[in-house]
Design a protein around this ligand. Structure first.
Ligand SMILES: NC(=O)c1ccc[n+]([C@@H]2O[C@H](COP(=O)([O-])OP(=O)(O)OC[C@H]3O[C@@H](n4cnc5c(N)ncnc54)[C@H](OP(=O)(O)O)[C@@H]3O)[C@@H](O)[C@H]2O)c1
Length: 299
Protein backbone atom coordinates (compact mmCIF):
# COMPACT_ATOMS: atom_id res chain seq x y z
CA UNK A 1 0.00 0.00 0.00
CA UNK A 2 1.30 3.48 -0.86
CA UNK A 3 0.60 6.28 1.61
CA UNK A 4 1.24 10.03 1.79
CA UNK A 5 1.13 11.56 5.27
CA UNK A 6 0.75 15.35 5.20
CA UNK A 7 2.00 16.92 8.44
CA UNK A 8 4.40 14.06 9.22
CA UNK A 9 6.72 16.38 11.19
CA UNK A 10 4.01 17.12 13.76
CA UNK A 11 3.02 15.41 17.00
CA UNK A 12 0.46 13.04 15.48
CA UNK A 13 2.12 12.78 12.06
CA UNK A 14 5.32 11.37 13.58
CA UNK A 15 3.36 8.55 15.22
CA UNK A 16 1.39 7.92 12.03
CA UNK A 17 4.66 7.61 10.11
CA UNK A 18 5.82 4.93 12.58
CA UNK A 19 2.47 3.10 12.40
CA UNK A 20 2.59 3.07 8.57
CA UNK A 21 6.18 1.84 8.35
CA UNK A 22 5.21 -1.41 6.60
CA UNK A 23 3.83 0.64 3.67
CA UNK A 24 5.55 2.67 0.97
CA UNK A 25 5.13 5.95 2.76
CA UNK A 26 5.98 9.55 1.93
CA UNK A 27 5.75 12.04 4.77
CA UNK A 28 5.70 15.80 4.43
CA UNK A 29 6.99 18.59 6.63
CA UNK A 30 6.77 22.30 6.12
CA UNK A 31 8.94 24.40 8.48
CA UNK A 32 10.45 21.14 9.81
CA UNK A 33 11.09 19.19 6.61
CA UNK A 34 13.78 17.09 8.30
CA UNK A 35 15.70 14.38 6.37
CA UNK A 36 13.31 11.60 5.37
CA UNK A 37 10.43 14.02 4.81
CA UNK A 38 9.46 15.94 1.69
CA UNK A 39 8.83 19.68 2.02
CA UNK A 40 5.33 20.59 0.86
CA UNK A 41 3.16 23.63 1.52
CA UNK A 42 -0.34 22.25 2.02
CA UNK A 43 -1.82 25.70 1.35
CA UNK A 44 -0.36 25.58 -2.19
CA UNK A 45 -2.29 23.44 -4.69
CA UNK A 46 0.81 23.04 -6.91
CA UNK A 47 2.86 21.47 -4.11
CA UNK A 48 0.07 18.99 -3.33
CA UNK A 49 -0.51 18.03 -6.96
CA UNK A 50 3.19 17.58 -7.65
CA UNK A 51 3.60 15.30 -4.65
CA UNK A 52 0.47 13.22 -5.19
CA UNK A 53 1.16 12.98 -8.93
CA UNK A 54 4.56 11.52 -8.14
CA UNK A 55 3.61 9.25 -5.22
CA UNK A 56 0.18 8.08 -6.55
CA UNK A 57 -0.84 6.93 -3.04
CA UNK A 58 -3.65 4.54 -2.24
CA UNK A 59 -4.25 6.52 0.95
CA UNK A 60 -3.62 10.13 1.98
CA UNK A 61 -3.64 11.08 5.67
CA UNK A 62 -3.99 14.77 6.48
CA UNK A 63 -2.34 15.60 9.82
CA UNK A 64 -1.78 19.27 8.89
CA UNK A 65 -3.30 21.78 11.25
CA UNK A 66 -2.68 24.73 13.51
CA UNK A 67 -3.78 23.96 17.06
CA UNK A 68 -1.67 26.45 19.06
CA UNK A 69 -3.94 29.02 20.74
CA UNK A 70 -1.29 31.74 20.42
CA UNK A 71 -1.41 31.29 16.63
CA UNK A 72 -5.23 31.42 16.53
CA UNK A 73 -5.06 34.82 18.21
CA UNK A 74 -1.81 36.19 16.76
CA UNK A 75 -2.00 35.01 13.12
CA UNK A 76 -5.62 33.99 12.57
CA UNK A 77 -5.40 34.08 8.75
CA UNK A 78 -2.43 31.75 8.73
CA UNK A 79 -4.07 29.47 11.31
CA UNK A 80 -7.25 29.37 9.25
CA UNK A 81 -5.31 28.55 6.07
CA UNK A 82 -3.52 25.67 7.80
CA UNK A 83 -6.76 24.24 9.13
CA UNK A 84 -9.24 24.96 6.35
CA UNK A 85 -7.50 25.74 3.04
CA UNK A 86 -4.98 22.93 3.50
CA UNK A 87 -7.84 20.49 4.19
CA UNK A 88 -9.72 21.56 1.05
CA UNK A 89 -6.64 21.45 -1.20
CA UNK A 90 -5.49 18.06 0.09
CA UNK A 91 -9.02 16.68 -0.39
CA UNK A 92 -9.14 18.03 -3.95
CA UNK A 93 -5.74 16.46 -4.62
CA UNK A 94 -6.80 13.09 -3.21
CA UNK A 95 -9.94 13.11 -5.36
CA UNK A 96 -8.00 14.08 -8.49
CA UNK A 97 -5.49 11.24 -8.10
CA UNK A 98 -8.02 8.63 -6.99
CA UNK A 99 -6.58 8.23 -3.46
CA UNK A 100 -8.66 7.50 -0.37
CA UNK A 101 -8.41 10.27 2.21
CA UNK A 102 -8.28 10.16 5.98
CA UNK A 103 -8.68 13.66 7.39
CA UNK A 104 -7.92 14.41 11.07
CA UNK A 105 -10.34 16.65 12.92
CA UNK A 106 -11.02 17.55 16.54
CA UNK A 107 -13.53 17.19 19.38
CA UNK A 108 -13.52 21.02 19.49
CA UNK A 109 -16.23 21.00 16.80
CA UNK A 110 -18.59 20.37 19.76
CA UNK A 111 -19.67 22.82 22.46
CA UNK A 112 -19.04 20.43 25.36
CA UNK A 113 -22.51 20.85 26.84
CA UNK A 114 -24.09 17.51 25.90
CA UNK A 115 -21.48 14.75 26.01
CA UNK A 116 -21.11 12.04 24.89
CA UNK A 117 -21.05 13.02 21.23
CA UNK A 118 -21.73 10.55 18.46
CA UNK A 119 -20.33 11.03 14.95
CA UNK A 120 -23.74 12.33 13.82
CA UNK A 121 -24.24 14.69 16.82
CA UNK A 122 -24.68 18.35 15.87
CA UNK A 123 -21.44 20.32 16.00
CA UNK A 124 -21.47 23.75 17.65
CA UNK A 125 -17.91 25.02 18.04
CA UNK A 126 -17.19 27.63 20.71
CA UNK A 127 -13.96 29.12 19.35
CA UNK A 128 -12.14 29.90 16.09
CA UNK A 129 -10.18 26.66 16.11
CA UNK A 130 -13.36 24.59 16.45
CA UNK A 131 -15.04 26.64 13.72
CA UNK A 132 -12.06 26.13 11.40
CA UNK A 133 -12.02 22.39 12.09
CA UNK A 134 -15.73 22.27 11.24
CA UNK A 135 -15.24 24.34 8.06
CA UNK A 136 -12.41 21.98 7.15
CA UNK A 137 -14.68 18.95 7.57
CA UNK A 138 -17.30 20.57 5.32
CA UNK A 139 -14.66 21.43 2.70
CA UNK A 140 -13.30 17.87 2.79
CA UNK A 141 -16.76 16.37 2.31
CA UNK A 142 -17.51 18.70 -0.60
CA UNK A 143 -14.20 18.06 -2.36
CA UNK A 144 -13.86 14.34 -1.64
CA UNK A 145 -17.19 12.73 -0.71
CA UNK A 146 -15.69 9.32 0.11
CA UNK A 147 -13.14 10.75 2.58
CA UNK A 148 -13.13 9.58 6.21
CA UNK A 149 -12.97 12.25 8.90
CA UNK A 150 -11.51 11.13 12.23
CA UNK A 151 -12.21 13.36 15.25
CA UNK A 152 -9.74 13.06 18.10
CA UNK A 153 -9.49 14.60 21.58
CA UNK A 154 -6.36 16.14 23.10
CA UNK A 155 -3.27 14.07 22.30
CA UNK A 156 -0.10 13.26 24.21
CA UNK A 157 2.96 11.30 23.19
CA UNK A 158 6.70 11.64 22.69
CA UNK A 159 7.19 15.41 22.54
CA UNK A 160 10.03 17.36 20.96
CA UNK A 161 9.49 20.35 23.27
CA UNK A 162 7.50 20.69 26.49
CA UNK A 163 4.82 22.96 25.04
CA UNK A 164 4.13 20.46 22.25
CA UNK A 165 1.47 18.75 24.37
CA UNK A 166 -0.70 19.90 27.27
CA UNK A 167 0.52 16.99 29.35
CA UNK A 168 4.25 17.68 28.94
CA UNK A 169 3.66 21.38 29.52
CA UNK A 170 1.87 20.54 32.78
CA UNK A 171 4.71 18.17 33.73
CA UNK A 172 7.12 21.05 33.24
CA UNK A 173 4.95 23.26 35.46
CA UNK A 174 4.87 20.58 38.17
CA UNK A 175 8.63 20.26 38.07
CA UNK A 176 9.61 23.97 38.06
CA UNK A 177 7.43 24.54 41.15
CA UNK A 178 6.26 28.06 40.28
CA UNK A 179 2.82 28.91 41.68
CA UNK A 180 0.17 28.18 39.07
CA UNK A 181 -3.57 27.66 38.78
CA UNK A 182 -4.86 24.94 36.47
CA UNK A 183 -8.43 24.41 35.34
CA UNK A 184 -10.25 21.71 37.30
CA UNK A 185 -13.61 21.93 35.52
CA UNK A 186 -13.04 21.12 31.84
CA UNK A 187 -12.65 17.38 31.30
CA UNK A 188 -10.23 16.16 28.66
CA UNK A 189 -9.58 12.62 27.39
CA UNK A 190 -5.84 12.56 26.67
CA UNK A 191 -5.17 9.98 23.98
CA UNK A 192 -1.74 8.60 23.17
CA UNK A 193 -0.54 9.51 19.68
CA UNK A 194 0.49 5.88 19.08
CA UNK A 195 -3.07 4.75 19.87
CA UNK A 196 -4.50 7.38 17.50
CA UNK A 197 -1.93 6.39 14.86
CA UNK A 198 -2.86 2.71 15.14
CA UNK A 199 -6.50 3.71 14.62
CA UNK A 200 -5.40 5.67 11.54
CA UNK A 201 -3.55 2.60 10.23
CA UNK A 202 -6.56 0.32 10.67
CA UNK A 203 -8.92 2.94 9.26
CA UNK A 204 -6.65 3.51 6.26
CA UNK A 205 -6.59 -0.24 5.57
CA UNK A 206 -10.37 -0.42 5.81
CA UNK A 207 -10.77 2.55 3.46
CA UNK A 208 -8.45 1.08 0.84
CA UNK A 209 -10.26 -2.29 1.07
CA UNK A 210 -13.50 -0.42 0.39
CA UNK A 211 -15.05 -1.19 3.78
CA UNK A 212 -17.93 1.21 4.53
CA UNK A 213 -17.48 2.95 7.88
CA UNK A 214 -19.39 6.23 7.58
CA UNK A 215 -17.86 9.57 6.72
CA UNK A 216 -17.19 10.71 10.31
CA UNK A 217 -15.56 8.56 12.99
CA UNK A 218 -14.63 9.20 16.62
CA UNK A 219 -11.73 7.90 18.65
CA UNK A 220 -10.78 8.74 22.22
CA UNK A 221 -9.20 7.30 25.32
CA UNK A 222 -11.72 6.56 28.05
CA UNK A 223 -10.28 8.28 31.13
CA UNK A 224 -11.42 11.87 31.64
CA UNK A 225 -9.11 14.25 33.55
CA UNK A 226 -8.89 17.99 34.11
CA UNK A 227 -5.58 19.83 33.72
CA UNK A 228 -5.39 20.10 37.51
CA UNK A 229 -5.94 16.35 37.88
CA UNK A 230 -3.17 15.71 35.34
CA UNK A 231 -0.79 17.76 37.49
CA UNK A 232 -1.79 15.87 40.65
CA UNK A 233 -1.37 12.50 38.91
CA UNK A 234 2.10 13.51 37.70
CA UNK A 235 3.14 14.79 41.13
CA UNK A 236 1.88 11.63 42.86
CA UNK A 237 3.47 9.26 40.38
CA UNK A 238 6.89 10.89 40.71
CA UNK A 239 6.72 11.81 44.40
CA UNK A 240 6.82 15.56 43.72
CA UNK A 241 5.16 18.33 45.71
CA UNK A 242 1.96 19.74 44.22
CA UNK A 243 1.14 22.51 46.73
CA UNK A 244 2.24 25.18 44.23
CA UNK A 245 -0.57 24.10 41.90
CA UNK A 246 -4.08 25.29 42.67
CA UNK A 247 -7.36 24.09 41.18
CA UNK A 248 -9.11 26.80 39.17
CA UNK A 249 -11.76 27.28 36.51
CA UNK A 250 -10.12 29.65 34.02
CA UNK A 251 -10.82 27.52 30.93
CA UNK A 252 -14.42 26.87 31.92
CA UNK A 253 -15.28 30.52 32.63
CA UNK A 254 -13.56 31.76 29.45
CA UNK A 255 -16.63 30.59 27.55
CA UNK A 256 -14.61 29.49 24.53
CA UNK A 257 -13.37 26.16 25.88
CA UNK A 258 -15.80 23.24 25.84
CA UNK A 259 -16.34 21.69 29.28
CA UNK A 260 -16.70 18.05 28.23
CA UNK A 261 -16.49 16.76 24.65
CA UNK A 262 -16.40 13.03 25.40
CA UNK A 263 -16.56 11.25 22.05
CA UNK A 264 -18.68 8.15 21.64
CA UNK A 265 -16.33 5.71 19.87
CA UNK A 266 -18.52 2.64 19.84
CA UNK A 267 -18.90 2.45 16.05
CA UNK A 268 -15.18 2.56 15.35
CA UNK A 269 -14.33 0.25 18.26
CA UNK A 270 -16.66 -2.37 16.82
CA UNK A 271 -15.27 -1.95 13.31
CA UNK A 272 -11.55 -1.83 14.12
CA UNK A 273 -11.13 -3.78 17.35
CA UNK A 274 -9.30 -2.83 20.52
CA UNK A 275 -6.26 -0.60 20.45
CA UNK A 276 -6.71 0.99 23.87
CA UNK A 277 -3.87 2.42 25.93
CA UNK A 278 -4.67 3.42 29.50
CA UNK A 279 -3.74 6.98 30.39
CA UNK A 280 -2.63 6.07 33.94
CA UNK A 281 -0.11 3.54 32.69
CA UNK A 282 1.00 5.37 29.52
CA UNK A 283 1.60 8.91 30.77
CA UNK A 284 4.67 8.37 33.04
CA UNK A 285 7.26 7.60 30.31
CA UNK A 286 5.93 10.51 28.24
CA UNK A 287 6.25 13.08 31.03
CA UNK A 288 9.35 11.75 32.80
CA UNK A 289 11.90 13.45 30.51
CA UNK A 290 10.22 16.81 31.13
CA UNK A 291 10.56 16.59 34.90
CA UNK A 292 14.30 17.18 34.64
CA UNK A 293 15.18 20.88 34.96
CA UNK A 294 17.12 20.87 31.70
CA UNK A 295 14.50 18.94 29.67
CA UNK A 296 15.13 15.62 27.95
CA UNK A 297 18.68 14.43 27.51
CA UNK A 298 17.79 12.78 24.22
CA UNK A 299 14.60 12.32 22.23
N1 LIG B 1 -2.53 17.68 19.24
C1 LIG B 1 -3.76 17.55 19.69
O1 LIG B 1 -4.02 17.54 20.90
C2 LIG B 1 -4.88 17.35 18.70
C3 LIG B 1 -6.15 16.98 19.19
C4 LIG B 1 -7.19 16.77 18.29
C5 LIG B 1 -7.00 16.96 16.94
N2 LIG B 1 -5.77 17.35 16.50
C6 LIG B 1 -5.60 17.55 15.06
O2 LIG B 1 -4.67 16.60 14.59
C7 LIG B 1 -3.94 17.14 13.50
C8 LIG B 1 -2.45 17.03 13.82
O3 LIG B 1 -2.21 17.78 15.00
P1 LIG B 1 -0.77 17.81 15.67
O4 LIG B 1 -0.99 17.94 17.11
O5 LIG B 1 0.10 16.71 15.15
O6 LIG B 1 -0.24 19.21 15.10
P2 LIG B 1 1.25 19.76 15.07
O7 LIG B 1 2.13 18.98 15.97
O8 LIG B 1 1.14 21.24 15.30
O9 LIG B 1 1.69 19.49 13.58
C9 LIG B 1 1.12 20.22 12.54
C10 LIG B 1 1.68 19.72 11.24
O10 LIG B 1 1.16 20.55 10.19
C11 LIG B 1 2.26 20.93 9.37
N3 LIG B 1 1.98 22.20 8.70
C12 LIG B 1 1.69 23.39 9.25
N4 LIG B 1 1.49 24.31 8.28
C13 LIG B 1 1.68 23.67 7.10
C14 LIG B 1 1.64 24.07 5.74
N5 LIG B 1 1.34 25.33 5.35
N6 LIG B 1 1.88 23.14 4.80
C15 LIG B 1 2.18 21.87 5.15
N7 LIG B 1 2.24 21.43 6.41
C16 LIG B 1 2.00 22.33 7.37
C17 LIG B 1 3.43 21.05 10.33
O11 LIG B 1 4.63 21.04 9.60
P3 LIG B 1 5.96 21.79 10.18
O12 LIG B 1 5.92 21.64 11.66
O13 LIG B 1 7.06 21.06 9.50
O14 LIG B 1 5.84 23.22 9.76
C18 LIG B 1 3.21 19.80 11.17
O15 LIG B 1 3.69 18.68 10.48
C19 LIG B 1 -4.45 18.56 13.31
O16 LIG B 1 -5.48 18.55 12.38
C20 LIG B 1 -5.04 18.90 14.68
O17 LIG B 1 -6.03 19.90 14.58
C21 LIG B 1 -4.70 17.52 17.34
Amino acid sequence: MRAVIFGASGLLGRSVMRAFDDMTVTGTGFSRAVPGLVRADATAADDIERLLGRARPDIVVNCVGERRPQMWAGSPDQARDRNVDAARLIAQGARRFGSRLLHISSDYVFDGKAAPYRPDSDPNPLNSYGRWKLLAEQAVRAACPDAAILRLPVLYGPALFAAETNLTEIARQVSVRARIELDDVCVRYPTHTDEAAEVCRRLAGALVRGQRLGSVAHWSAEQGVTKYQMAVLIARRFGLPAEHIRAGEADAVSGDRPVDCRLDCQDLSEALGTVRRLFVTEFPPVVEPWLLPAGPISI
